[in-house]
Every structure is written in C-alpha cells, then in structure tokens.
Design a protein around this ligand. Structure first.
Ligand code: ZN
Length: 156
C-alpha cells in the first residue's frame, strides 16, 4: 500500500501522457476506454460518476456508480430508465435503490442480443443522457466477460 502511495504521482503523470498520446493516435475512432465494473458489467462513461450496467442472473439490470478506475462509489441522486429487449414489444424498466445500487423492477425477455436505450439523469436537475447500445449476452471468446462488458480488442 505504501509503495503504491509513493508511486502514485509518477503513475498519474504517466497515465496522463499515455492518454494524451492515445487521444492523438486514435483520433476519430470510437474507442471507449474499456474497463470492467465491480460486478463485471459494462461501464457507461458518458455520465459522472460513471455507471456500471450489469445484467444479473435473473436478467434484471443492476446500475452501480463507479469512479474512473471502475471501483464502486456511493450512489447519489441518479435516476435511470430503460427501454429495450424487443423492438416490437419493448420492456420498460424503472429502477429503485437496493444494496447500494439501482435495480430494475423487470427482467429482460429471452435472447442474447437485446437493443437497449438508457435514459440517465445524474441528479434531478441534470440533463438527460441517452445511452444506446446492443446488449450482447454471449461469452466473449477473448476475455473473461460477456460481450456487452468485454474489455479486450478481439475482432467481432
Ligand atoms: Zn473480450
């Protein structure tokens, strides 16, 4: 721990330099910084604090606030709504606090490829952030996560 503390300023500037370089090298590419959330879910970085989107074993959604390192932090006044699952008959989920996270009232229908639209408000006064993605619940062949939360760069 003390070693980490000592090295932190150096690491921080290294990371900053690496990010600056990456920003130039991949300019124009849609390269999200890939990191795993505390539950192994997808980290949504379009809001502060970031939110981990995790599908539970019973196919409900668990939203957990995380910091820039993907570590769980205390939930604030975030509110989240979700529409998705089936395009013709979408499931509309609302969320309530449970165990330090926001958990959906409904579960996804069957299937491993589900369109998702998330409406996120970081707090009651904040503008709504819309996050759309294709929820792919297949195992990733290249890393330990499911495709929607994949942290590797394998070809799709
Ligand atoms: Zn992967």
């Amino acid at each position: 721990m003390s070693e980490n503390m000592k090295n932190k300023p150096i690491l921080t500037s290294l990371v900053a330099a690496a990010l600056a370089f990456t920003g130039n090298a991949f300019a124009g590419e849609d390269h999200e910084d890939k990191m795993a959330g505390p539950n192994g879910g997808r980290v949504i970085t379009s809001v502060e604090p970031h939110l981990e989107f995790f599908v539970t074993d019973d196919r409900k959604v668990r939203i957990t606030a995380v910091d820039d390192d993907g570590k769980a932090v205390e939930l604030g006044e975030q509110s989240v709504r979700l529409t998705g699952g089936s395009r013709s008959n979408p499931t509309r989920m609302s969320f309530s606090k449970a165990g330090g996270s926001l958990v959906s009232d409904k579960a996804f229908p069957e299937g491993n490829h589900l369109p998702v639209v998330l409406l996120i408000k970081a707090d009651p006064e904040a503008a709504t952030v819309i996050e759309k993605f294709n929820l792919n619940l297949d195992d990733c062949p290249g890393c330990a996560y499911l495709e929607y939360a994949c942290t590797c760069d394998h070809e799709h």
